[in-house]
Design a protein around this ligand. Structure first.
Ligand SMILES: C[S@@+](CC[C@H](N)C(=O)[O-])C[C@H]1O[C@@H](n2cnc3c(N)ncnc32)[C@H](O)[C@@H]1O
Length: 285
């Protein structure tokens, strides 16, 4: 069931977001929220570039649905790029949505933004508002059966409307050539192959399987070089510490210690970079 915060209805979810069953504690929400906010700050230019592409392929959009909105990086970028649009942000996490509402209020767009607490694995799409743009950024890979959810979402898209999905290929890298960081990424890839098999997938065939026609695809290369703003240091540190947390059982004790030391060292590294690849697909139902 969808739960509309404007009607004051809150559901209780006994589990964390998909793929993080081992990170279900309260602190984890805050940490993930921090990373999402830092991601939005550090990759601001990238997001602006993505939104220009979305505008090119999916305008006009007056009603927008943001699936797995998190702390609202995309929601707020959409609000900026589509100044007349009303946006509904959907997420399974009430904490994320609360954070999103605060951020929307801080930039004065709260009147145009509504939040719905819903689990997209089980919520019938008929309970979601119809939209002419559905946006899903780094959320589809969290779903248990993304093709089934996407098939349902098709029905929520108005005639002439679009779905735009943005997905990362892997977690960002900060110290290219660092052997330890390489080993961490290999271990993450191994873990994700089991608990998030769709991370880094080519979404075009999955979108087609759900009945969509893919109209455009664009790969975005992120390569930020020094000097980098201070937020980048926090972004790298938080990401490396979260990696360490998630890899407790997959790295040797020596690597776990070295990874903590690497996170500590980040503020003093002159060679810190941010390298990532994200792909966007624009599709019509
Ligand atoms: C990596 S974050 C991306 C957030 C945001 N779209 C962004 O780009 O910053 C993934 C989000 O999907 C949400 N999510 C995961 N599984 C979900 C589900 N089954 N239903 C609804 N939201 C879900 C998580 O709570 C989290 O906020």
């Amino acid at each position: 069931m969808a739960h509309d915060h404007h009607h004051g209805h809150h559901a209780q979810h006994g589990h964390a977001a998909h793929g993080h069953p081992d990170h279900a504690g309260h602190g984890d929400h805050e940490e993930l929220a921090d990373i999402l906010d830092l991601d939005a700050e550090v990759l601001h230019e990238h997001l602006t570039e993505v939104m220009a592409w979305v505008h090119e392929h999916a305008a006009p959009a007056t009603t927008v649905l943001d699936l797995g909105a998190g702390t609202g990086a995309g929601t707020l970028a959409l609000a900026r790029r589509f100044p007349a649009a009303r946006i509904t942000a959907v997420d399974v996490s009430p904490q994320m949505l609360e954070h999103l509402r605060h951020k929307a209020a801080a930039v004065g767009v709260q009147e145009r933004i509504k939040t719905i607490e819903a689990d997209l694995d089980t919520t019938p799409s008929s309970t979601l508002p119809a939209a002419d743009l559905v946006w899903a950024a780094n959320s589809l890979h969290h779903l248990a059966d993304p093709v089934a959810t996407l098939r349902g979402i098709r029905g929520a898209i108005r005639p002439g409307g679009h779905l735009v999905a943005l997905e990362m290929e892997a977690f960002p890298r900060f110290l290219p050539g660092d052997a330890l960081e390489e080993r961490c990424h290999a271990a993450v890839a191994e873990a994700r192959a089991v608990d998030m098999p769709h991370l880094g997938a080519d979404w075009a065939p999955l979108l087609r399987a759900a009945g969509f026609t893919v109209e455009a695809t664009r790969r975005f290369e992120i390569d930020l070089r020094p000097p980098l703003p201070e937020a980048t240091v926090r972004y790298a540190q938080t990401t490396l510490r979260r990696l360490r947390q998630g890899l407790q059982d997959r790295l040797s004790p020596a690597d776990l210690t070295a990874l903590e030391a690497l996170a500590e060292e980040v503020p003093h590294r002159r060679d810190l970079v941010v390298q990532a690849r994200r792909t966007a697909w624009a599709a019509r139902p």
